[in-house]
Design a protein around this ligand. Sequence first.
Ligand code: TXA
Ligand code: MG
Length: 339
Amino acid sequence: MTLKTQYWQVNPTCPEKEIIIKAANLIKAQELVAFPTETVYGLGAAAFQTQAVEKIFMAKGRPEANPLLLHLSRMEQVESVAKEIPPVAEMLMERFWPGPLSIILSARETVPAIVRGGKTTVGLRMPAHPVALALIDQTGPLAAPSANLSGRPSPVNAEDVKADLDGKIAAVLDAGRTGLGLESTIIDFTSRGCRILRQGGITVEELEEATGMAIAINDRGQEQYHHYQTNSQLLLCQTWEEIENSLADIKHAKKKLALVYTYVEKKNARWESLKDKYPQHQSYDLDISSASNRLYSLLREAEEREFELLLFTPLPEKPGGIGRVILDRIYQAARGSSK
Ligand code: TXA
Ligand code: MG
């Protein structure tokens, strides 16, 4: 069934009340509404309405066993969905909420199984975006994944949401580009100690500083799901020689390709000479030290321009902070694209 998706512009810092009420009414009528957060756009449904939550899985083509994050707007809501709140988890909520940190706790049975993906746990997040908070204030907790088709790059603006979900959801609250352009960090308190399941907007350094302990990062390399895929294939070259060799090979194969240069600080002379040597290829610069990341936009744009291959120059070694998160996304996208 095709819906006529409504697109509503909304003021990102001071959302118009009447637009929030219209969106909240759709949510209460068990429809799906995409909304901005500080990380990426989310696709919201009333968390306690099983039929509404089912629509998320259908619209995205998301596997049923993949749980959804519960988006909250007030601290009091935590107790109604979490069984126990370890003191360290509570401290992190106080410190980083609202903000890009999702916390996995053991769930109360009041949380529908469909939200939990059948698990006994639930992921909680309080987004730092006035539109998201205003909406959740009107509707109560929202179950919300990123507002993309399953396996695609997360959307950083309303156009990305439209490209994936037009005709499949009731409305989109359009507040322009999201600030961070990367998803929240997910930290799990339900196995021994705590561990990071997905790196994201709150860095490992910040979490270790706040807790005073070393925190393990789970490697998503073996995960069953593929993420951030488009029709372009990503090729990560380890050395500058490798990229030159690849360029020579590809010339014979006549693939339409773009070069992607990721850097932390200054540009590198090898990159400048590579661009000079192959002026026929489109090239993209990706500053991975920037908190406002454009990796997902780059992936979507390259796909739209029908680049079959994205050839990455050697990635910066062991960057800290947000750079490490962006490298994680590049590895994930490359893993998916070569399957
Ligand atoms: O920044 C974000 O987190 C965005 C915005 C919209 O809030 N949301 C987001 O949701 O990225 P989603 O569904 O695309 O990714 C959430 C990830 C999924 O990989 C899911 O498997 C994991 O969180 N997750 C959710 N609940 C979980 C749970 N109870 N246990 C383990 N992993 C969980
Ligand atoms: Mg997602």
